[in-house]
Write a protein that binds this ligand. Sequence first.
Ligand SMILES: Cc1cc2nc3c(=O)[nH]c(=O)nc-3n(C[C@H](O)[C@H](O)[C@H](O)COP(=O)(O)OP(=O)(O)OC[C@H]3O[C@@H](n4cnc5c(N)ncnc54)[C@H](O)[C@@H]3O)c2cc1C
Length: 412
Amino acid sequence: MTLGAKPHHPPRCCVVGGGPAGIMLALLLARAGISVVILEKHGDFLRDFRGDTVHPSTLQILKELDLLKQFELLPQRRESHLSGLVAGREQPVVDFRGLRPFDYLALVPQWDFLNLLADAGRRYEAFDLRMRHKATGLIQAGGRVAGVHVESPTGAYELRADLVVACDGRRSTIRDAAGLKAKDYGAPMDVLWFRVPRSASDPQGTFGIVNGGHLMVLLNRNDYWQTAFVVPKGSDATLRAQPIDGLREAVGRLAPFLSDRKDSIESWDKVSTLTVQVDRLERWHKPGLLLIGDAAHAMSPIGGVGINLAIQDAVATANALALPLREGRALDEALLASVQRRREMPVHVVQRVQLAIQNRVISRALEEGGRPPRIPWLLRMLLKSRIVRNRPARLFGYGIRQEHVRTPEFTA
Ligand SMILES: Cc1cc2nc3c(=O)[nH]c(=O)nc-3n(C[C@H](O)[C@H](O)[C@H](O)COP(=O)(O)OP(=O)(O)OC[C@H]3O[C@@H](n4cnc5c(N)ncnc54)[C@H](O)[C@@H]3O)c2cc1C
């Protein structure tokens, strides 16, 4: 039954959330000839301070979908290696050089990336992207999830589908509605995001700076630095109660070349907070429902893997489910469980590495009145080798159990 919305045939699949996981999954399903409705609560993808790091695993998927050339036309920067400035001393840490087939990571505004995927999806009749349509709850029938309740600018309606896939991010409405609980692994930090203009004399590249109990990452977006200033968990409200000058001074101390522009951080309104969360669902599915991407596992920002794991989940989901969906077969829960089995291990391994870095490196770097941080000499020696620096690039950039597009393009 629909109220206030145009009548439609129930799609085979309803995807909730038009982030990287949702749009990629919908594109793959529609490309395979499966009717799919994507519900996205916002009116566009233009939200700042979302992930920009498109790693080789995602570049590979774009290549397999014949979208790489279009992707390369988007405004972007390629980084072949990443360094840390530790107490004023440059330390190369991550190196993509020598890796194949992609020896770089691309920094691309997420809205451009999502628009590219959405435009590719719109080429297929089976792809129905509904912006400003918000899922508010689940429809249950016969002991399974049978669709979602939707609010839209033209009214509320019910959308029934054979399968609902929740890709609605780390604060998933669908996860709550399904009564699924994520195990929280904790994080010692939150991240303040803001922009600082770049000048021609600034250093190139993308790098982190650690000094005096502070940690900041500068992402080069050509005409400005997208700046991630790491603060102890839960300190956001206290910081915001103080004048913005404290943040400006800290930025100037950490990166003296920004001192002349630190006042461009006009007020706290220009600063967004990312509450860092690392969690994972124990069960990613229920009859008629699957959760992937951040809705199933929120990642720490370390390594910039969130988008890329969401994309890998989407590809694995399409690989497992496209054929049964296409053939109109019943989707039993064992099939949905196979997606979790495939994706849980790679997510688990990356989260373990992130937790180790959070607890051993970031917590110490944030210690109050922190002494100048030092990298142990053995690690410094090891990091002289590119092969050693390739290892984090391979783990975060290519991931474990890399997915490939196995779903064919359906031609009528
Ligand atoms: C500030 C910030 C910086 C980040 N930086 C990076 C980075 O540099 N690199 C990286 O890889 N990752 C980064 N991440 C993480 C990354 O953005 C996520 O891991 C990734 O986007 C997850 O993709 P997703 O599709 O699972 O969920 P999301 O991207 O969160 O997408 C969920 C979508 O669902 C929509 N939605 C939510 N609820 C509903 C509903 N009820 N009905 C309809 N639509 C709904 C939302 O509007 C959103 O568009 C960052 C995250 C934040 C917040």
